[in-house]
Structure formats: structure tokens, C-alpha cells
Design a protein around this ligand. Structure first.
Ligand code: RB5
Length: 154
């Protein structure tokens, strides 16, 4: 899979740790910053914008976004068509974000979970399949909400 990843200043150390793990896998990693050696603070929507856009356009299969809480990244990423970004905080929400919600962007909070736990969540998230069935019709309804609120057909 092609995985786009981005963070703000609060998430850059965890991003580097996650990239170290991902580089041991067969996935292609697209790192959109912020650079590990950058100084000062940056605005998380700028990084959510790039990563979510890559997923929305199909240039990346999945995205991972990291900020202090994961909240801002999640809010921003979900503004993109076809993006289902999920902020997870334990094994259960991580697994469900894939199995029931088919989340294609994972949001992590660097100030709420430690590095190893974050990588554990990434492993679960990458290895859990969407369950389809009744969950598909719910995603179809989410897509309909998206189209309606973008002023498109419905
Ligand atoms: C930056 O201080 C912080 O607001 C940001 O990383 C994130 O937690 C926003 O949701």
C-alpha cells in the first residue's frame, strides 16, 4: 500500500517513530512533513490538507496524521471527499475503525499515547479488514450526506 503520513510540530517525533516501523514493512511511505528538524510550531490543517488530499484523490491508499491530540487532524481530514478519518485511542477503537468504518486515515495523538502504543495501533489498523455487510450500507449513507452537503446530486 501507499501510505501518506504527516504531522505538525507536536507529532513529528512520533511520526519519525511510526515511519521507522513502516519502513520495515512492504508499504510505500510518502512523508509530507513536517520535517523532523524543523523548528517552531506549524499549523496542523496544512498537513491534514496534503495527506487527506492524497487519499481523497487516490494517490495514496491510506493516510496517517499525527498532532498533539489527533483531534485537529481528524476534523480537517474529514472535510475531504471519500476520506474517513478516525481518531483512535485503544486497540478496540483502532480495530473498529477498520472493521466497521473502513477508515482510510488514521489519526493519532502524540500527547495522549506513547510511541510504542501508537505503533501497536498502526499494526492493528493496517492488518484489519473492513467487514462489509451491514457496514457497507452505512458508509453509503455517509457518502450520500457528503454529496448532499457539497451541493452535488441527491
Ligand atoms: C498544537 O499545540 C496542538 O493544538 C495540535 O497539535 C493538535 O493537538 C490540535 O488538534
Amino acid at each position: 500500500m501507499k501510505i501518506a503520513i504527516g504531522s505538525d510540530h507536536a507529532g513529528k517525533d512520533l511520526k519519525a517513530f511510526v515511519i521507522d516501523f513502516l519502513s520495515l514493512t512492504n508499504n510505500t511511505i510518502l512523508d509530507y512533513g513536517v520535517a523532523s528538524d524543523s523548528a517552531g510550531s506549524v499549523d496542523y490543517p496544512d498537513y491534514a490538507d496534503i495527506v487527506a488530499s492524497e487519499v481523497s484523490n487516490g494517490r495514496a491508499d491510506r493516510g496517517i496524521l499525527i498532532c498533539g491530540t489527533g483531534l485537529g487532524m481528524c476534523i480537517a481530514a474529514n472535510k475531504f471527499s471519500s476520506v474517513r478519518a478516525a481518531l483512535v485511542f485503544d486497540e478496540f477503537t483502532t480495530r473498529m475503525s477498520r472493521a466497521h468504518n473502513d477508515a482510510n486515515v488514521l489519526c493519532l495523538g502524540s500527547r495522549t499515547i506513547n510511541h510504542q502504543r501508537a505503533v501497536d495501533f498502526v499494526k492493528i489498523w493496517l492488518s484489519t479488514e473492513f467487514e462489509e455487510g451491514r457496514h457497507r450500507q452505512r458508509l453509503t449513507k455517509i457518502a450520500a450526506i457528503e454529496r448532499r452537503n457539497c451541493g452535488l446530486v441527491e
